[in-house]
Ligand binder design. Structure first.
Ligand SMILES: O=P(O)(O)OC[C@H]1O[C@H](OP(=O)(O)OP(=O)(O)O)[C@H](O)[C@@H]1O
Ligand SMILES: O=c1cc[nH]c(=O)[nH]1
Length: 181
């Protein structure tokens, strides 16, 4: 892959997360019954950031879980006999909760679709929202995000890479081009 440009720098990523945290609080009318569930991999780091920001703004720490969607993918039969399953951990009752699912990039919508199935297998929230740092378009399913850090128009030959301090040592969003083979 060939690096093209930096789309968001550290400050822009942090500002986008701060705005999402404020929007979540506003839309949910506070933090009652609110919780966050991060989707592997970088959705988890971003969900932790949002929990910290909500605590900073509202003075209350809301619960957080992590979700692996591997077994719910619609291409599971194509990815081999031993898919790499990571941890799902939701250490609280989802019943009646307003859940914010968190992912780094929204593209075809297939991960978000799988995440809804994976989440609903764990309990029955009263409301599920979707928050993403980047919406790059090209949806293949009728899925949209409730909270978007940045809408970034892209072409299908491009890849958006979100980097986080926790996973990659820096906060950034980069645009890469897939090399033609
Ligand atoms: O809307 P979609 O077309 O499903 O694409 C978005 C998903 O793709 C990436 O995950 P990836 O499968 O690369 O896994 P990773 O986050 O663990 O690297 C990204 O983190 C999103 O979860
Ligand atoms: O560009 C893309 C597409 C899917 N997932 C990503 O992380 N980036």
């Amino acid at each position: 892959m060939i690096f093209k440009s930096k789309l968001l720098n550290e400050d822009e990523v942090r500002r986008a997360l701060t705005r999402i945290a404020h929007e979540v609080i506003e839309k949910n009318k506070g933090v009652d019954r609110l919780c966050f569930v991060g989707i592997h991999t970088r959705g988890i780091s971003l969900a932790k950031r949002l929990v910290d920001l909500v605590e900073k703004f509202e003075g209350k720490r809301v619960p957080m879980g992590i979700l692996d969607i591997t077994l719910y993918r619609d291409d599971l039969s194509e990815i081999g006999l031993q898919p790499k399953v990571r941890e799902t951990r939701i250490p609280f009752d989802l019943g009646g909760k307003a859940v914010v699912l968190v992912d780094d990039v929204l593209y075809t919508g297939r991960t978000a679709r799988a995440a809804l199935d994976a989440l609903i297998d764990q309990g029955r929230p009263s409301r599920i929202y979707l928050a993403v740092l980047v919406d790059r378009g090209h949806r293949e399913l009728p899925i949209r995000a409730d909270f978007v850090g940045k809408n970034l128009p892209t072409s299908k030959s491009e890849v958006v890479k979100v980097k986080t301090l926790e996973d990659d040592g820096e906060d950034a969003v980069e645009l890469w081009e897939v090399e033609a083979s």
